[in-house]
Ligand binder design. Sequence first.
Ligand SMILES: [Zn+2]
Ligand SMILES: [Zn+2]
Length: 318
Amino acid sequence: MATTAPPKTKQSSGLAEFVRLNANRATIVAFFHVVVPFVGTVVAVALLWQNPIGWVEVALLLGLFFPTFLGVTVGFHRYLVHRSFRTNRVVEAVLIVLGSMAAEGLPIFWAAGHRRHHALSDTEGDPHRPADGLLHAQFGWLVKMDSHPDYDKYARDLLRDPYIVRLNRLYPLWLALSLLLPFAVAGWTGLLWGGFVRIFLVHHIGWGVNSIGHVFGNQPFKTNDNSRNLWFLGVLAMGDGWHNNHHAFPHSAFHGLRWWQIDLSGYLIRLLEATGLAWDVRRVTPAALKARNPSGAKVNNRDYLAGGTTTTASRAIE
Ligand SMILES: [Zn+2]
Ligand SMILES: [Zn+2]
């Protein structure tokens, strides 16, 4: 039976319109991902006046900061998105679980969004281009419906892998683990420092690559975008802050291309490779580097280049 839709009525307020447009599960979940660690960090800092932080809280903060951040940069970014090395299913699961514990969204959502970023960098359709505002690029894009990735286009290979899909589905469990673990060790202060403050730091240092990493810094390589190398983001964001290097050679397992470009994620991949836990590690060849670097700046970390000192087979990037 045919039904007639009720006549459209004008929304009574801007807020009602906002709720109508944004009231979907993904947006609400994203909102909590952004806001809860921020509020938790404010509470933790405010409580410092009464209860100075103890060594257990510091240990939880650092002990979870590095593994979960590396889970994002090595697991989500260099492995899932760019396939810059291969590994076994156990290491794959560990990396994806650790990355999920950073609370930046489902692994496949993260991967699809980032592939879209590379495909459309700094143009319309880039989920987080700074031209739409630095705060938008930092975290605002996460709670905007129109910024969600096109899964069919950007994550088809991941969605066809039942193992990755299963790890992806269990995301709420990894998220719970991320908060329950520090709570189990040190109670509420453990939850605040090892949970919320740690997640807040991983979030905003990592997301800084999307915002200021496309605005400030230098561009040794010519790329079709505004990506920059920003030294302190390179150090703090586990190597991902050498972002112009990365846009020039997206599939390289190493974002630091000179000896002084500290790249903790690259060091971890090298360690995995040396112990036989990673293989087919993708490296930039000297010829490709020279071709993309017309200024002729010297690059002298041969470990990062094809034909370096490692004996494991590697896939060269031409
Ligand atoms: Zn970028
Ligand atoms: Zn990337």
